[in-house]
Design a protein around this ligand. Structure first.
Ligand SMILES: NC(=O)C1=CN([C@@H]2O[C@H](COP(=O)(O)OP(=O)(O)OC[C@H]3O[C@@H](n4cnc5c(N)ncnc54)[C@H](O)[C@@H]3O)[C@@H](O)[C@H]2O)C=CC1
Ligand SMILES: O=C(CO)COP(=O)(O)O
Length: 339
């Protein structure tokens, strides 16, 4: 529901890459007044003065109710909701910089889809640890949300999750406009892990695409990948139906099907024979899946969850498995397993 333009809600978005900028547009088109933080002053100037972010969203005009600055205090001043969209591995260091200046009652919303290396923490856990917040102050937004399509105002749905349904609803109402609709749930674990895990399956899909395999291979990996995602997330307390929803199956379809996906693209390069370090050099945007593979496998091991597809992605990244040999099952399986 759009708010009245007489009293726009003041919100802040930290991170001016493709998703931070697109989400700022979603919020602004929903009626909020949006302040964005960009690390580079020249990018902040381009957003504020030209209503553009040409590096990340070429050809997109941003609404006038967005402004940007490289100075965090002025971006955060008076913000009722703070949306975070930096690379997952940099979240903790960024929170340590902002923790004294985030407004006391603000809701904090993660837009990120990674887990932290070393700790295996989900982004909402990192936020709660570093800002000392209760679950009712934190939300996550996820779903089939390829930034450029949404920036072009193509109709899209997402899900906002918080332990508090009131918080999820407040955020979802702010993140809703004529082309973007937010649903709500209270399964934060399932919603976050859905976003993390689909990235890993999208890397696998990219790999087999790069090798030249066709639709049977990809459909098999998507289907078995969803089973793997669900087993993992449920072992950590998620509700299985969340993985069949927008943050699970929905995002899995979008990311596995689209060449806009950076995870899918990184996988395709691996499948074409580039090494992990060559792929990293070629990617100029964040492909979260590459950093999440190791912590996800550690978490899986801790709960005794089998993740054959993710394990094979790890082997391709390590250069110990030929991309041609990646398959929707462990190649060492001898006995048929139940589906
Ligand atoms: N792009 C998309 O379609 C979507 C992305 N996401 C998630 O949003 C998060 C952000 O991704 P994108 O905006 O797409 O990435 P991006 O690569 O387009 O932008 C990342 C931004 O973070 C900045 N940055 C890099 N290192 C930083 C650091 N150490 N501290 C602070 N800022 C730093 C970069 O300068 C850039 O502005 C990821 O977790 C991604 O999975 C979620 C949904 C859709
Ligand atoms: O999360 C996304 C779509 O929902 C974006 O996927 P990529 O990070 O692979 O581009």
């Amino acid at each position: 529901m759009a708010q009245s333009t007489d009293s726009p809600r003041r919100v802040a978005v930290l991170g001016s890459g493709s998703w931070g900028t697109t989400f700022a547009k979603i919020l602004a088109d929903g009626g909020s007044s949006v302040a964005m933080w960009a690390r580079r002053p020249e990018l902040a100037r381009e957003i504020s003065q030209s209503n553009r972010n040409s590096d990340y969203l070429p050809g997109i005009n941003l609404p006038r109710n967005i402004w940007a600055s490289a100075r965090l205090p002025e971006v955060l001043e008076g913000a009722e909701q703070v949306y975070l969209s930096v690379p997952s591995q940099s979240l903790r260091e960024n929170l340590r910089i902002v923790r004294e200046i985030i407004p006391e009652d603000a809701l904090v919303v993660s837009l990120m889809k990674g887990v932290e290396k070393g700790t295996g923490a989900r982004m909402s856990e990192v936020i709660r640890q570093e800002l000392g917040l209760g679950g009712e102050r934190v939300a996550v937004a996820s779903g089939p949300n390829l930034a450029l399509e949404i920036a072009k105002e193509q109709p899209t749905a997402a899900v906002v999750s918080s332990e508090s349904i009131d918080t999820a609803t407040a955020v979802a109402m702010t993140a809703t406009n004529p082309y973007f609709r937010s649903f709500v749930n209270t399964d934060v674990i399932g919603t976050e892990f859905g976003g993390v895990l689909k990235n890993l399956i999208a890397v696998a899909i990219g790999i087999v695409d790069g090798v030249g395999y066709g639709e049977n291979t990809k459909a098999s990996i998507i289907t078995r990948g969803l089973a793997e995602m669900t087993d993992f997330a449920v072992a950590y307390g998620a509700r299985p139906e969340t993985l069949s929803g927008l943050a699970g199956l929905g995002d899995l379809i979008a990311t596995c099907e689209s060449s806009l996906s950076r995870n899918n693209t990184a996988g395709r390069l691996l499948g074409q024979g580039y090494s992990y370090s060559e792929v990293i050099k070629q990617m100029n945007q964040t492909a979260e899946g590459l950093s999440s593979v190791a912590p996800v496998l550690e978490l899986a091991l801790a709960k005794g969850v089998q993740m054959p597809i993710v394990s094979q992605v790890a082997e391709v990244l390590a250069g110990t498995l030929n991309p041609r040999d990646i398959a929707p099952h462990l190649t060492t399986d001898e006995l048929p397993q139940g589906e």
